[in-house]
Design a protein around this ligand. Structure first.
Ligand code: AMP
Length: 473
């Protein structure tokens, strides 16, 4: 078991989903997680309550593979919460799959977390010094231990105490025998929405999960809000000092699904298209065709083409069935590289000046491979356009980015990066352009990955994330 210390950064990208008051709570949660699969593919889990006991099933892998009809049948009761977790190397153990379930003096409790706590290492050292025994390497478990060791009498006060001590990003769902609790950190880094399905309450990271189960979006869980849901209805509390609302701008750029509405109802597709339009305004180039890097570059490419008047074509095809289990034959045919995931259509590309639009450039390795592939398909010129600013800093609030030194833009100029990826030209969206594109969302954002300005102070001993999963292609 890998233990969390303050030398680790156990942050993951995750999705959470919960339902309270539905006869088929675990089936609904299964569907909800299915819609949130893009937020995490390493492991998943559902915990249900039959009003007396919690029932749990957790597994490595994808939602569709992890739950059978029989398993879902055993997850009895009218309420359930679920979690999907993104992969990281080193930490790939079902021990770290969520929701966590524990029994403590007040009964059984399960917790599912999206985000990253920046002071989890310090708190863990402190809790262990007083005798807490951790079961996992996850920062989320700190919240449970803080609740268990709290001297407060009620669940509500114990949770308030625990969340009052943690710092960082959390969108949370907790399930007890009798109720469900949704909570969002005071900065509101990660999305979390409340919905209604007949008489049941639904909570989900993104509204695309509501669409699948035909639930109605009611509102966001507010920053700093603790929402208690039980048979008496809803009770909302805001026990913490208000903080600036700084949702994560990268959710719009890359992470959330384009059909979702996040951060008070802003549609991700519309914003991504705006990003492409701004990019075309700022970084025009004379070209014959615009193509997207699928899938995340598609909406921005649509916007770029609309704004520039250059025709949009499908020039790269993605294989949607590439899973984690893919084994590249070692002996006979080596180095398929990017072709495992993508292939270029030479009829679209041959002899053309091509604009290639992607949502972000992190280490530059993906772009480099894609450009080579496009040149091999016969392009006369390849112009790379990125619908976000240069990524110069790591995320400590729950997006999986490599260490700062691996971020190519943290130490290289745009010209140098262009040479590295072998493009004829490279253009990034400016920070101002980014803000023009997201204007409709009407809020300030956490843009630390592009500016280095972290809205929430980082403890000194939060160090750079270790090199983990994030592999691009
Ligand atoms: P790179 O090869 O390191 O420059 O990776 C860039 C590619 O990774 C782009 O195509 C992005 O869509 C994708 N990407 C950006 N951020 C992430 C992330 N946090 N997790 C997984 N993929 C990402």
């Amino acid at each position: 078991m890998k233990m969390l210390t303050h030398m680790d950064k156990p942050g993951e990208e995750c999705g959470i989903f919960g339902v309270y008051g539905h006869p088929e709570a675990s089936n609904i949660t299964y569907l909800g997680l299915y819609a949130l699969q893009h937020r995490g593919q390493e492991s998943c889990g559902i915990v249900s309550s039959d009003m007396n006991h919690l029932h749990a099933h957790k597994s490595m892998g994808l939602v569709a593979d992890a739950f059978s009809e029989d398993v879902l049948k055993d997850l009895r009761g009218p309420s359930a919460i679920g979690h999907v977790r993104y992969s990281t190397t080193g930490d790939t153990s079902v021990n770290n799959a969520q929701p966590f379930v524990v029994e403590y003096s007040m009964g059984e409790i399960a917790i599912a977390h999206n985000g990253n706590l920046v002071n989890a290492g310090i708190l863990r050292d402190e809790l262990e010094a007083y005798g807490s025994i951790f079961q996992s390497g996850m920062d989320t478990e700190t919240i449970i231990h803080l609740m268990a060791t709290s001297r407060e009498g009620s669940l509500i006060n114990r949770l308030t105490y625990a969340l009052g001590r943690v710092r960082g990003a959390y969108s949370l769902l907790l399930l007890t025998e009798k109720g469900m609790i949704a909570a969002r950190d005071p900065n509101g880094f990660r999305p979390l929405a409340l919905g209604r399905l007949k008489d049941a309450w639904i909570v989900a990271s993104e509204t695309c999960a509501f669409d699948l189960i035909e639930a109605e979006y009611i509102r966001d869980i507010e920053p700093g809000e603790l929402l208690f849901i039980d048979n008496n209805g809803l009770e909302s509390r805001k026990p913490f000092e208000e903080a600036p609302y700084t949702p994560c701008i990268f959710e719009f750029i890359y992470f959330a699904r384009p059909d979702s509405k996040i951060f008070d109802g802003a549609n991700v597709y519309t914003i991504r298209k705006n990003l492409g339009r701004e990019l075309a305004r700022e970084c025009h180039v004379d070209a014959d065709v615009v193509i997207a890097v699928p899938d995340s570059g598609v909406p921005a490419a649509v916007g770029y083409a609309e704004q520039s008047g250059i025709q949009l074509q499908v020039g790269l095809i993605r294989n949607h069935y590439v899973g984690r289990t893919f084994i590249e034959p070692k002996e006979t045919i080596r180095h398929f590289g990017v072709k495992i995931k993508l292939n270029a259509i030479s009829d679209v590309i041959k002899g053309k000046k091509v604009v290639v639009v992607d949502d972000s450039l992190v280490r530059g390795t993906t772009s480099r491979k894609i450009i080579k592939m496009i040149r091999n398909a016969g392009a006369s010129e390849v112009h790379m356009r990125i619908s976000s600013p240069p990524t110069i800093c790591s995320c400590f609030y729950g997006i999986d980015t490599p260490t700062k030194k691996e971020l190519i833009a943290s130490s290289h100029t745009v010209d140098e990066i262009s040479r590295f990826i072998t493009s004829d030209s490279l253009g990034y969206l400016s920070v101002d352009g980014l803000y023009r594109a997201v204007e409709s969302a009407g809020v300030d954002f956490c843009d630390a990955c592009f500016t280095g300005v972290y809205p929430l102070e980082l403890p000194e001993n939060v160090i750079q994330p270790q090199l983990r999963l994030f592999s691009g292609l």
